[in-house]
Design a protein. Structure first.
Length: 125
């Protein structure tokens, strides 16, 4: 389907703006079916115009993970203990072993201090 520049009217400010061939191709490549309804300056203002009580992170709604904050990107990894494939919220570099949840719990032994116990220190040290 051949695209041509389209002149659209911003629903916020009423100004006309051009939905270029390049923008249309970008929208199509992302699977976006609707054309923009706001001009670039109103889109930009809408993105940055958050109220102070909203905080600094992007809100995806109460149904999103992490209480509405940006969801974590997960990375595939192979468990160093059992060999099972798992996903972790960090990019494994190979320097340290990566464990699935089950093996991590076994290795950790249920100790919330990562198996490290602190020795009491004497006063004055």
């Amino acid at each position: 389907m051949a695209h041509s520049d389209k002149v659209l009217i911003c629903r916020d400010c009423g100004a006309t703006f051009t939905f270029t061939v390049g923008e249309q191709a970008f929208y199509a490549s992302r699977g976006l079916l609707n054309q923009p309804t706001r001009c670039p300056s109103c889109r930009s203002a809408r993105k940055t115009g958050r109220s102070p009580e909203e905080g600094s992170y992007v809100h995806y709604g109460s149904g999103a993970s992490f209480g509405g904050r940006t969801p974590r990107q997960m990375h595939p990894a192979q468990c160093a203990e059992c060999g099972q494939m798992t996903e972790v919220p960090f990019l494994p570099r190979g320097e340290r072993p990566v464990y699935c949840s089950e093996c991590y719990s076994k290795i950790r032994g249920g100790n919330p201090q990562n198996q490290q116990t602190r020795q009491p220190t004497s006063p004055g040290h």
